[in-house]
Ligand binder design. Structure first.
Ligand SMILES: Nc1nc2c(c(=O)[nH]1)N[C@H]1C(S)=C(S)[C@@H](COP(=O)(O)O)O[C@H]1N2
Ligand SMILES: [Mo]
Length: 374
């Protein structure tokens, strides 16, 4: 795919991402570039809500604060985190809450993600829970509020570009990490280095980049991204296109089950005589596990179960593959459907339309042609 040169500014070192917006910088990864078990940094999607913070020279001197409903407010440097708490590395999916949004009809508000607002990297850091226990949570500690060093999209440092939070139980999960390394390298600046949160399984917006502060609160956090329709879904299904005000809504927590086909690429062509094609992909399911992945060539009349490898640890994606036998030459639509451990599967058509377009997990469709070159 060709991209305009000026539109690529800020994406230096990124390989083949599709730009969704340049100010703030937003770019997704085409599904076929997510074919690695561990997503390389060069192919990892980028989502900023504001501008970039000031460049950082003293990485180990980066500090962040835990305050609010704690016995002992703490200010820790990255060097303190590295030396004073047990280090953990997990491979975990990070997915934007709006991933899949462009498949909603009518169009929902926000960045038109296809399926590429996702990546799965090895994150190294310490459990946020270990740090919160050192600070000592008061009985009144109910929720976190996350603060980063980035200015908002007007360039103002007065206002957070985004500041979301989670119920304290999610913050205390072992896999909720304060992260300083990605795929074994120092966390890149574009991905929130020197220090970010990773809150796996839930919308990526909770995984605050350039982390400066965690405010422990006695109530639900109310920063930008926590109010109105932001990261909220109607409790009961809404007619597509309906005005979402005045309906009962809930905060989007665990992301829904999704799979992508990472090979073959959409639009692939196979030579005359091809009777077998190998299909590969990835699947994940928010807080849940992936129970199975199935693939169809005939619009769902028959399904072939894929073999899965992994996950390595909780919140990792499962890589899957299936060998498909073709009845002959022609045009085929491949659909992959993942089902989570609670029996929830992906739909053929975008379901659960909501005004801000969260959690669209319609099946990924890849078209291939077998026969003479056109
Ligand atoms: N400080 C800060 N953290 C942030 C954001 C942001 O704009 N500012 N965007 C969030 C959103 S919406 C997502 S999806 C992820 C994207 O992380 P990435 O850019 O490393 O892929 O970061 C989250 N953390
Ligand atoms: Mo996001």
């Amino acid at each position: 795919m060709q991209h305009k040169r000026e539109g690529r500014k800020g994406l230096e070192g990124k390989d083949g991402l599709s730009l969704l917006g340049d100010v703030p910088l937003v770019a997704e990864t085409p599904e076929e570039l997510l074919d690695d078990e561990t997503t390389p940094i060069a192919r990892f999607f980028v989502r900023n809500n504001g501008l970039l913070p000031q460049p950082v020279t003293d990485v180990d001197g980066w500090t962040f604060t835990v305050d609010g409903e704690v016995e002992r407010p703490l200010t820790l440097s990255l060097a303190d985190l590295k030396s004073r708490f047990p280090q953990k590395t997990f491979r975990m999916v990070l997915e934007c809450g709006g991933n899949g949004r462009s498949f909603f009809e009518p169009k929902a508000e926000g960045n038109p993600w296809t399926n590429g607002g996702v990546g799965c990297a090895e994150w190294t850091g310490v459990s946020l829970g270990d740090v919160l226990r050192e600070a000592g949570l008061k009985e009144t500690a109910l929720f976190t509020g996350h603060f980063g060093a980035d200015p908002d999209k007007t360039g103002s440092f007065e206002q957070q570009a985004m500041s979301r939070g989670v119920p304290i139980a999610k913050a205390l999960e072992e896999h909720t990490l304060l992260v300083w390394a990605m795929n074994g390298e120092a966390l890149p600046f574009l991905h929130g280095g020197p220090l970010r949160l990773i809150v796996p399984g839930w919308p990526g917006s909770l995984s605050q980049k350039w982390l400066k502060r965690i405010w422990i609160r006695d109530r639900e956090h109310d920063g930008p991204g926590m109010t109105g329709l932001s990261y909220r879904l109607p409790v009961r299904p809404l007619a597509p296109g309906a005005d979402g005000t005045d309906v009962e809504i809930r905060i989007l927590e665990s992301m829904p089950v999704r799979s992508i086909v990472t090979a073959p690429a959409d639009g692939s062509h196979y030579p005359v005589g091809t009777r077998r094609i190998e299909v590969r992909g990835a699947a994940w399911a928010g807080d849940d596990d992936v129970a199975r992945v199935e693939v169809t060539l005939d619009g769902g009349a028959t399904w072939i179960e894929a073999t899965m490898a992994g996950p390595r640890n909780r919140y990792d994606w499962a890589r899957w593959q299936a060998s498909l036998t073709l009845p002959g030459e022609g045009y085929y639509e491949i659909f992959a459907r993942a089902t989570d451990s609670q029996g929830r599967a992906q739909p053929f058509r975008a379901a659960n339309w909501n005004p801000n377009g969260y959690g669209c997990n319609v099946m990924h469709r890849v078209v291939v042609k077998v026969g003479p070159a056109a």
